[in-house]
Design a protein. Structure first.
Length: 278
């Protein structure tokens, strides 16, 4: 028999050899999932032998993680802004960088929100959960992503205030909103060769790159966004940390008021913020 501690040590070594960034953390989270306990309790079972059933489940997950399948895909969910979101290879994983957009959105009042390219729904669902009087719309070109976002709306109890449907950018959108949010694909096609295997092999390419210069989404948002905003409405979009000046220029040329950049917790440009002109 093998103890939980021994299994984690062995798994950590294998994951480190495979190039995984934080092998000890992943080994711990995956064993907790295999044992069907909360990860915070893993130290309590560390001295104990693990059953053959748990050992087999754990081995299968470690093998997949060695091939760089994301942990979130193996356990089926990812935490974002204090809530859990169901994820799959059909949507981009929610990431801490995007919480900068959430905090900026919540800093001012809004009653209606439009999320362009909603993916997992993490932005829309979080904003509706935090602002209980608000209603919102989420759109995505991917039907599978729309289904995932709708499931997350139900999972987090905001489904009655969220309308999620398939659309190519603003193509199927009607009406005007207080706030538009988006996390468009912002990697240039040439950058895809250098991203991690977790992203390149296991997350939807269409959510990562526009297959061009990485700015296509911002051109669409800058050119069309104003007509879908109420008077004094705001637009917030996540950006790649090196894109700031180019994105600001796009919004300035399109006539937006006060286009500006906001930084993430690491001090990198992360969000473009602009208002509809009066």
């Amino acid at each position: 028999m093998t103890t939980a501690a021994q299994a984690m040590v062995a798994a950590t070594g294998r994951l480190r050899e495979a190039g995984v960034d934080d092998p000890a953390r992943d080994a711990r989270v995956l064993l907790a999932h295999a044992a069907k306990i909360d990860a915070s309790r893993i130290t309590l079972i560390a001295p104990d032998d693990i059953s053959a059933e748990i050992s087999e489940r754990y081995e299968n997950m470690i093998r997949l993680r060695e091939s760089r399948v994301p942990v979130s895909h193996l356990i089926g969910e990812r935490e974002f802004y204090g809530r859990r979101f169901k994820v799959s290879r059909d949507v981009l994983d929610p990431r801490p960088d995007t919480e900068t957009l959430i905090e900026t959105a919540l800093a001012e009042p809004f009653a209606t929100v439009l999320d362009i390219g909603t993916g997992s729904g993490c932005i829309l669902v979080t904003l509706l959960a935090e602002r209980e009087s608000a209603v919102g719309v989420g759109t995505d070109l991917s039907e599978a992503a729309c289904l995932q976002a709708a499931a997350n709306a139900v999972f987090n109890g905001v489904e009655k205030r969220a309308d999620i449907f398939q659309s190519d950018w603003f193509g199927a959108v009607r009406g005007q909103y207080d706030l538009i949010v988006s996390n468009p694909p912002y990697l240039a096609e040439e950058e895809m060769a250098f991203v991690s295997p977790e992203l390149r092999l296991h997350e939807p390419r269409m959510a990562l790159t526009d297959e061009a210069d990485g700015l296509t989404g911002y051109r669409v948002l800058a050119e069309l966004g104003q007509q879908f905003l109420e008077t004094q409405g705001r637009l917030l979009a996540e950006i790649g940390w090196q894109q700031g000046p180019e994105v600001v220029e796009l919004f300035a040329k399109a006539g937006w008021t006060n286009p500006r950049l906001l930084q993430d917790i690491d001090g990198r440009d992360r969000v473009i913020c602009a208002e509809k002109p009066q």
